[in-house]
Design a protein around this ligand. Sequence first.
Ligand SMILES: Nc1ncnc2c1ncn2[C@@H]1O[C@H](COP(=O)(O)OP(=O)(O)OP(=O)(O)O)[C@@H](O)[C@H]1O
Ligand SMILES: [Mg+2]
Length: 257
Amino acid sequence: MLYVKNLHKSYQVGATSYEVLKGVSLSVAQGEFVAVMGPSGSGKSTLLNCISCYIPFEEGKITLGQKELKGLSEDALAHIRNEKLGFVFQDFMLLDGLTVRQNILLPAIIRGNVGRKEETMADRLCNLFGIAQIAGKYPAEISGGERQRTAVARALINSPLLILADEPTGNLDSKSSRAVIDSFLEAKASLKATIFMVTHDSFSASFCDRVILLKDGVVYKNMERNSSQHAFHDALLEELKQMNTLEEEEENNENLN
Ligand SMILES: Nc1ncnc2c1ncn2[C@@H]1O[C@H](COP(=O)(O)OP(=O)(O)OP(=O)(O)O)[C@@H](O)[C@H]1O
Ligand SMILES: [Mg+2]
């Protein structure tokens, strides 16, 4: 479904070039729910933005569905963003002047086709995520968790190949976070959605099928969940602790040299 091979990405700051992604390779299968974790600054958002067709990269290959992204025109990339991808951001990005239902339908409105099919899908998503009773309300009138579930529904309205989420639970308390993760799980079960989520929250990540750990610009570890959510959470915490200890040791060594 999604293939990333040997991805390199640098940022130019003044005369200096900083390499953030140093050869990232990973793949996500159709219907998989995958989390990406790693220290702040490890390049998680950068990776997501490369996959989202938002920023160019120097080297490597990204294939989405059957399509390779490199070399596509700006128009073709915009088309992929609108038709093949669904986005969920940390700060929801709902439009204040539109109701919940209108916000959910927004990608279809932008695409220029809101017909019976889209209306039915919007109703289905509202029911699926328990927001049918607030569908006529405006973002200012609903809770953070409800806003984020609206954002997840909006990401699904065009039945995208892939949902990309950057810290979707970053601004939420644990109960609302759980509701958002439940809506991803529901989207996976009922709609066979494929989800790629960056998160700092190991509890949220422990509901995923797999967690990819990013460190120093490369994939440090791939952790498959083949136990209960609870056991996977413990395993994740242990692995993150080890990764942080390793990082501290490396920093200390650098300071000594
Ligand atoms: N547009 C930019 N120009 C220059 N440097 C950038 C730019 N965007 C990000 N960086 C740098 O690249 C590195 C990786 O950033 P990125 O946002 O991908 O990290 P992250 O893993 O998402 O971190 P966080 O967990 O804090 O969100 C950081 O050191 C950041 O300062
Ligand atoms: Mg980030």
